[in-house]
Design a protein around this ligand. Sequence first.
Ligand SMILES: Cc1cc2nc3c(=O)[nH]c(=O)nc-3n(C[C@H](O)[C@H](O)[C@H](O)COP(=O)(O)O)c2cc1C
Ligand code: SF4
Ligand code: SF4
Ligand code: SF4
Ligand code: FES
Length: 597
Amino acid sequence: MIRAHVLVCGGTGCTSSNSPAIAEAMEKELAAKGLADEIKVVRTGCFGLCALGPVMIVYPDGTFYSKVTVGDVPEIVEEHLLKGRPVTRLVYDEAADKDTHGVTSLSDTAFYKKQMRLALRNCGVINPEVIDEYIALDGYMALGKVLTEMKPVDVIQLMKDSGLRGRGGAGFPTGTKWDFAAKSVSDKKYVVCNADEGDPGAFMDRSILEGDPHAVIEAMAIAGYAIGADEGYIYVRAEYPIAIKRLEIAIAQAREYGLLGKDIFSTGFNFDIQLRFGAGAFVCGEETALLTSIEGKRGEPRPRPPFPAVKGLFGQPTIINNVETLANIPQIILKGAKWFNSIGTEKSKGTKVFALGGKITNTGLVEIPMGTTLREIIYDIGGGIPNGKKFKAAQTGGPSGGCIPASHLDTPIDYDSLISIGSMMGSGGLIVMDEDNCMVDIAKFFLEFTVDESCGKCTPCRIGTRKMLEILEKITSGNGEDGDIEKLEELAYSIKASALCGLGQTAPNPVLSTLRYFRDEYEAHVYEKRCPAGQCKALARITIDPEKCKGCTLCAKICPVGAISGTVKNPHVIDQSKCIKCGACMEKCKFGAISKA
Ligand SMILES: Cc1cc2nc3c(=O)[nH]c(=O)nc-3n(C[C@H](O)[C@H](O)[C@H](O)COP(=O)(O)O)c2cc1C
Ligand code: SF4
Ligand code: SF4
Ligand code: SF4
Ligand code: FES
């Protein structure tokens, strides 16, 4: 009988820090100690705390080990699995009780307690390469229920009643989208899963595909039944090799079990899925560009209407749903619309997965009920801002989103509230910034990304975003002039109004939101030639405080351009016209006499 499970994360993060070798070593060690029949090693998807990888969790006690190495395996087996004494030096800080030297289960840590894992329910729980593990947790039961007990219209009504909205960015109601496609008359229809995930720093969809690929496959088959489609495509970026491998395995296993292919559950319903690989262009995540790319053409957006639900892939009615949207669906079918509807806010139901990054203690993947505040995410789940720094802003929605300042930390997160404060939910990137971040520089970073990723098809986006970037470069390099800020705003609104697709229509958002909340920083750059955060190199002033300087001469010796002058035991001075702001003198001064402003 199995008395313990050792779960080893096989997500991208942990795999890159050697988790496959750890799982293998664990199996060998267990076999050597004669424990192979009573302790099972399970290779799972991501647990969410990727920065602590490779991670391992031991059940039934739920002990969470972080930064495990192959060399730690014999000790874990000997001490924990044989003698019942967890190896506390390897236990994740938050799960180790410093007073009692005991161990808290991972689910009781602050990082997990406020989370609600619906889309991520099986990630870090099952082996995604074994279909039986998915089936053991009610997998494919929703498909069985739909095919044997429900009519397509009932499925669509249930989706509408649940209030599920698309997690890919726009938040369009899923049931309504399915209804449009169901009502489009055609012999051939398609279901497409958008797994392009192009936002910088986002990895929600990758983790779901790596940790629970069958949930997406099952949901696509349910969608196929609801709209009358027999074919599906998953468009996944080629940079996701682990997700692709697990999808290939999952599709093959589902076919073998008769859960994909012809006459599923002997109901006469046929549905199969193919994979298509994206080359990493951000614009290919836009639904019409994605369809064009699947058709084998250059991935450029096309005008809507006609919408894909009417004329989509190969000219046929098509629904496109995001990975996370789909991952929610089997549970909604099994637990009902009311259950899902009871989670979240009035207009945003269920949960949302975020990739937490930037200046935050716990980086990683979190799933929270809609309506959770940004403060709860950042301070309770994320553990706050490291190094005693002050929170400045949180960026949601990636290159299409905006920066939220401290005054809105208590806004409950949902689609509408984020839009009302000038940001957007987006697909789930959440980057935290502290007092050292320059907001003009942040806006420039996102605009550089969109300028690079613009497909060039329409002029407002191709030329307009470049012009905006030029103005930002001018401002951050100290050459900003009176009128530049107004010009930026004017361009931003005209691009938003005239660009062809969502990429251009939302590209100005990071600029507009930083202008809304941090206009004083723009003005300091333009009118005072000063970067308040001290990030814009061209504007930084490195100065020596004569009160603190002891005249040790070390700084003058290290300065690569000879910008520092002074005599021994007398205060030194920096010649601003020579200084290249390399910061070498600041590091060298033992008296803290040199500072940047
Ligand atoms: C430039 C751009 C990039 C996009 N990238 C993605 C993406 O990577 N993944 C995604 O699901 N949706 C992306 N979208 C949104 C899709 O166009 C579409 O709304 C979504 O896939 C619909 O699925 P949902 O209703 O389940 O959210 C992007 C939109 C734009 C304008
Ligand atoms: S808005 Fe930008 S990305 Fe979209 S079609 Fe126009 S040029 Fe291409
Ligand atoms: S290193 Fe510091 S103390 Fe020494 S001369 Fe330079 S500024 Fe003065
Ligand atoms: S920042 Fe660099 S260039 Fe400027 S004074 Fe210091 S060492 Fe010299
Ligand atoms: S990849 Fe291992 S915890 Fe995320």
